[in-house]
Design a protein around this ligand. Structure first.
Ligand code: 5GP
Ligand code: MN
Length: 322
């Protein structure tokens, strides 16, 4: 796929990623917009996203993101619209911009979006991250430190600092080129991935303290309800990293972390080893993701949600001969 070719006649280009943007989503959207602005300084290039966490404000262009809100004014259709790190139905309020655009491009690595939803599709579930895919599409001589920092952050977040199995030789080659631009990569890793605010550590502590082993210790579950969120004054952005931490519990094949988004409605995060395909579990409830990291939204009490999930997790474990 050639981005220069696809965009050469466009005057107005829009870019969006999924709702509740993470590092890969924010990094790929901003990295692509920096690249497009460098390729075509005369064109209008806009990024529409729900507000990403403040830790990503170190990425150039962060302050120019148009934050998606209810009741946004109508926008004239774009000539080219990019959906990154998601299929169009996860773009939230930007889905209509994608649908109205003349030409659409989908760049993604989610297995639950294997076909792609654009006029042009660059969808590879084996890629570590959407940032790795955007890196492949950036012309080498156009790469600079600003673009590199954006893409490096996304790769770091989706690979858990190059330790998840989605990390490939291609990922490391991309990372090598990116750090070759001179970015302060230890600082980017420290400040966007590891560093937590005091309340973020407190809420992680709560989630760990209250976690429970189920299914003979093969699965670990924890949740934070609305009351607890209000007490600590935390939002969904403060839960990044909790499910991965819970998953580190020795002997577990699957980890479930959920938080209440509305009364009796939970956002569920799933992590697993190779024995459980959590993308399949999440798809049962209208969600999706990757084989070892996926999510969905579910209704009911915490116990209802766990009961509904465990049926499918157990099925997977049995399938894997466990
Ligand atoms: P997380 O648990 O970190 O929110 O998400 C893990 C992975 O699953 C990410 O790649 C994320 O994009 C995907 N994911 C999370 N929730 C949903 C969902 O409701 N629908 C789909 N299709 N993917 C999701
Ligand atoms: Mn991603």
């Amino acid at each position: 796929m050639n981005i220069r070719e696809i965009c050469k006649d466009a005057e107005r280009i829009g870019i969006s990623g999924h709702i509740r943007p993470d590092g890969d989503c924010a990094g790929s959207c901003l990295g692509l917009s920096l690249y497009l602005k460098k390729l075509f300084p005369e064109k209008e290039v806009k990024v529409f996203l729900e507000k990403p966490a403040d830790i990503f404000s170190c990425i150039k262009g962060f302050s120019e993101i148009v934050v998606l809100e209810e009741g946004m004014p109508k926008v004239e259709p774009f000539d080219v619209y990019f959906a990154l790190d998601a299929r169009k139905d996860r773009l939230g309020a930007a889905e209509k911009f994608f649908e109205e655009a003349e030409t659409t491009v989908n760049i993604d690595h989610h297995v639950s979006n294997a076909e792609g939803c654009g006029t042009y599709n660059y969808v590879y579930p084996e890629a570590s991250s959407t940032c790795e895919l955007v890196y492949e599409l950036v012309e080498e001589e156009m790469l600079d430190a600003d673009i590199a920092a954006a893409l490096y952050i996304g790769i770091v977040h989706d690979t858990g600092v190059f330790r998840y199995s989605c990390t490939s030789p291609k990922t490391m080659q991309a990372a090598a080129k990116l750090i070759g631009t001179g970015i302060d990569f230890p600082k980017l890793i420290e400040e966007t991935f590891y560093e937590k605010t005091y309340v973020q550590n407190q809420i992680m502590g709560r989630a760990l303290l209250e976690s429970m082993l189920i299914m003979d210790g093969r699965c670990i579950v924890s949740y934070i309800d609305k009351k607890t969120m209000d007490f600590y004054q935390v939002t969904s952005k403060d839960f990044e990293g909790i499910v991965s931490q819970i998953k580190l519990t020795k002997g577990t094949d699957c980890a479930v972390f959920m938080y209440e988004i509305r009364t009796l409605e939970y956002k569920v995060s799933l992590r697993s080893t190779d024995k459980v395909n959590v993308a399949k579990v999440a798809e049962m409830f209208g969600g999706g993701g990757h084989v070892r990291a996926a999510g969905c939204t579910m209704n009911g009490t915490f116990h209802d949600v766990i009961n509904n999930l465990t049926v499918h997790i157990e099925e997977q474990l049995e399938g894997a001969g466990a």
